[in-house]
Design a protein around this ligand. Structure first.
Ligand SMILES: [Fe+2]
Length: 371
């Protein structure tokens, strides 16, 4: 690594090393319970946190390290990992501390990609530190981006590198777990911003309705209204080959219907979600389903998070229930309310936010799904 003069490594540097499969050891020194909430998949747990905090020396004396493989220490916010890094350096190990720790890691991402039978390239951009999935779809040099959740540079750089033209930017719904970067990206790329038709956001956008279709290159993306998770939720069908299912259908569960809702409203939204899912389940079983989120950190493994509609139908038992059973089951299994969702929705309504303020707001596990 070209980092030898520094004691720390930035999120983007570590992300790039993992993406390039550069040999590296990532030591997670946080307490076990924090690791259970969210982690870097490629990291290993080292049970030293409380001893580091109490000033114990030589904590790594029993650990073996290869001289050729640098080590990165990770904690919650990048402070205790500095102490671990120094102890490792005293032992002669080439060690770095991850700047900002797991709090900052919420910005980390990786990709996986495929090409469909119509020649459309599908790049899944996985915000591994958070679980948000966004998509770049390209056909004949023209691009649609779905649910951008990372800074504009991430998407712009990929498009520029391939000489692609970003034509449309669309969201599946008004998000409650991350700030949508759609508006900023549309401004930067001079692209058209489309959002589901609603009167919630306070800025100008082109409205998506039940009959909206997007043409890009030789490909067509068709909007399907799927209320339930939120009233304005849409899914997008790509040439009868793939479905971008937002927070309506996941590979192992369905969207939660409850945020900002009383029990009565949550019941009604659950019924809407059931009807929307019936609409999706009637589509071709061979469709590849690409969801908007995943509830676990995503490995740097180049493997798409996806499944065929037929497989998901068989695997996700809640999809096999009657409407009444579905609603009862959903309402009994509502996960913990995600932190800061009201603040995040406010920012999405406003359409502007400072990246520095978003680190704290967006930190933490994704809790959009019920499985
Ligand atoms: Fe959502």
């Amino acid at each position: 690594m070209s980092l030898k003069n520094t004691q720390t490594i930035k999120v983007d540097e570590l992300r790039t090393l993992l993406e390039n499969k550069t040999p590296i050891r990532v030591l997670d020194i946080r307490p076990q319970e924090e690791r259970e909430e969210w982690k870097i998949v490629e990291s290993e747990f080292v049970d030293v946190y409380h001893q580091l905090k109490s000033g114990t020396k030589n904590l790594f004396s029993d650990h073996k390290f290869s001289p050729d493989i640098p080590v990165v220490t990770v904690c919650g916010a990048g402070k205790t990992s500095m102490i671990a890094m120094k102890q490792l350096r005293e032992k002669g190990v080439e060690a770095y501390s991850l700047e900002g720790g797991m709090r900052e890691w919420t910005k980390a991402w990786n990709t996986a990609q495929t090409k469909d039978n119509n020649g459309t390239t599908i790049i899944q951009i996985r915000r591994t530190g958070k679980g948000c999935l966004s998509y770049i779809l390209e056909n004949n040099g023209e691009v649609i981006i779905i649910d951008p959740s990372l800074t504009s540079e991430v998407y712009s750089t990929i498009a520029t590198k391939n000489n692609w033209d970003i034509k449309y930017i669309i969201d599946t719904h008004i998000h409650a777990d991350h700030f949508s970067r759609g508006r900023q990206l549309a401004d930067k790329e001079n692209a058209m911003l489309f959002l589901p038709n609603q009167n919630i956001v306070n800025y100008a956008f082109n409205a998506i309705n039940q009959n909206t279709t997007f043409e890009f290159g030789k490909a067509t993306l068709k909007a399907i209204h799927t209320p339930g998770h939120t009233h304005e939720s849409y899914c997008y069908l790509l040439d009868n080959q793939a479905l971008f299912s937002g927070d309506t259908l996941f590979t192992s569960g369905v969207g939660r219907p409850d945020l900002k809702a009383t029990t009565e409203v949550a019941r009604k939204k659950s019924s809407l979600l059931y009807q929307s899912l019936q609409k999706l389940l009637a589509l071709d079983n061979t469709l590849a389903i690409y969801p908007g989120h995943i509830s676990n950190p995503v490995a740097f493994d180049d493997q798409l998070i996806s499944g065929t509609l037929g497989d998901i139908k068989n695997k996700v038992q809640i999809l096999q229930l009657s409407e009444k059973e579905f609603i009862d089951n959903l309402l009994q299994n509502i996960p913990e309310t995600p932190p800061n969702y009201e603040e995040i929705v406010k920012l999405n309504i406003k359409g502007t936010a400072k990246e520095a303020d978003l680190i704290e707001l967006e930190a933490g596990a994704n809790r959009c799904a019920i499985s």
